[in-house]
Write a protein that binds this ligand. Structure first.
Ligand SMILES: NC(=O)c1ccc[n+]([C@@H]2O[C@H](COP(=O)([O-])OP(=O)(O)OC[C@H]3O[C@@H](n4cnc5c(N)ncnc54)[C@H](O)[C@@H]3O)[C@@H](O)[C@H]2O)c1
Length: 406
């Protein structure tokens, strides 16, 4: 059965973005939230996003009208009985998601596919509360949905091939590029790889080693707005916190445990761009630094040394996790890099970067961090050590995670 009617549950940052791109691509969309005010805010976000695209000449007046006409807002979850596909985008709370999945399963027609936009909750755990686990799938968009091209399509342990195919085809029909994740690996690919670096960044702020701006500048992503603290602020600190916690709860691996500073900021309501303040202040409409400058007395040499430590602690966790994702057979090196590039607008993926730096150099840096800290998260995974031992050193040897002709 084809997908004609899409029911989007949640009209927040992700839900309204998903409704917009589905409406734009000609699907009949029903967008549901718990209150009229939330729905109206969701519709307003869609109107202003379409308005910006129109002003830039990317879409026509007619497309704006047709997209808006194709989206029906509702507060009545029973309207899901019309759905061929549901995309759930309620907050990242496992109990809430399980509750809505059980309810959607009761309301939706038997052919309907139930998809979750969860950032990190295992799909199988959501499927387990339904009577149709073969029709439950992850369709994970990245925000802002109209701008970022990646969609991860994730299989739970019982998801059928047919469901994966329909989900993949539907996501691609929206103009997205998909990465298929056939193992139900918490955090999937892009978040799984990038969260260890985000957590390490928050730890360095907590330790007083660097400010958010220094961290974003160290990665070279500051000007383009793709530094880790900028990405966390855009996605929402609550979203990042819950995604990291979900991976921690699934793996019990301490590198995913959200640090106290992140927890304190979330409980203080400092949620990033959407609340006006997170690691930066947005109250004037522009991003401004709001953490006090550090190490005012340090020399140029001391500063250079500090920034090198910061950079190493930012690069290594994501590279090692990217290697671990390939080693676990969750995704290929190509897909890991594509997921980071398209999901977070990064100029290159972590494995391309590691190949460029030299895998032997990456291993050495990781080992020196491991020796200095005694922290197991810096110990190079088996696959990296074996590749270095085999002489696959990256670009300079013609082969690393990718192959090079030059
Ligand atoms: N923010 C991001 O960058 C990002 C990226 C990828 C995935 N996600 C995931 O998408 C999901 C939604 O995140 P968000 O950033 O849009 O959150 P959000 O807080 O902006 O929106 C959530 C919406 O769900 C609504 N809601 C709550 N309970 C509901 C219910 N029972 N029925 C219907 N609506 C309900 C809320 O009123 C709110 O409007 C989360 O699982 C998150 O992890 C977020």
């Amino acid at each position: 059965m084809g997908v004609n009617t899409v029911f989007v549950l949640g009209a927040g940052f992700m839900g309204n973005g998903i409704a917009q791109v589905a409406g734009f691509s000609g699907y009949r969309v029903i967008m549901c939230d718990v209150g009229e005010d939330r729905l109206e805010a969701g519709m307003e976000a869609i109107r202003s996003s379409l308005g910006r695209l129109l002003a830039k000449g990317k879409i026509t007046e007619r497309q704006v009208e047709e997209t808006l006409a194709g989206i029906r807002p509702t507060t009545n979850m029973q309207d899901a009985r019309e759905a061929d596909l549901v995309v759930e985008a309620v907050p990242e709370d496992p109990e809430l998601k399980k509750r809505v999945f059980a309810e959607l399963d009761r309301i939706c027609p038997p052919h309907a596919i139930l998809a979750s936009n969860t950032s990190a909750i295992p799909i199988s755990s959501l499927a387990s509360v339904t009577t149709r686990p073969e029709k439950v799938v992850g369709i994970h968009f990245f925000g802002p949905v109209p701008l970022l091209r990646l969609v991860e399509v994730i299989s739970g342990v019982q998801t059928s091939e047919e469901t994966m195919d329909i989900a993949d085809e539907w996501a691609r029909s929206l103009g997205k590029e998909t990465v298929l994740v056939r193992k139900d690996h918490a955090g999937f690919v892009a978040n799984r790889v990038n969260i260890p670096t985000n957590i390490e960044a928050v730890r360095m702020i907590e330790e007083g080693l660097a400010t958010p701006e220094e961290i974003d500048r160290a990665t070279g992503g500051y000007e383009a707005g793709v530094g880790p603290m900028q990405i966390i602020d855009n996605a929402g600190l609550d979203v990042g916190y819950r995604a990291a916690l979900a991976i921690y709860e699934d793996t019990h691996d301490a590198k995913f445990l959200p640090p106290p500073l992140l927890r304190r900021m979330v409980s203080a309501g400092l949620l990033g761009r959407k609340s006006g303040r997170g690691f930066y202040d947005y109250s004037t409409g522009k991003r401004k630094s709001c953490f006090p400058a550090l190490h005012a007395e340090e020399s140029e040499e001391e500063r250079a040394f500090r920034m090198q430590v910061v950079l190493n602690r930012l690069l290594i966790p994501a590279v090692l996790e990217a290697v671990a994702v390939v080693e676990a057979g969750v995704a290929t090196a190509e897909d890991v890099d594509r997921a980071s590039r398209l999901g977070f607008n990064l100029p290159f993926g972590q494995l391309e970067m590691a190949d460029g730096l030299g895998l032997d150099a990456v291993q050495e840096t990781a080992l020196s961090l491991y020796r200095e800290t005694g922290d197991r998260k810096f110990f190079p995974p088996h696959l990296l050590r074996r590749m270095v031992a085999a002489g696959f050193l990256g670009r300079k040897s013609g082969r690393g995670f990718h192959t090079y002709d030059d």
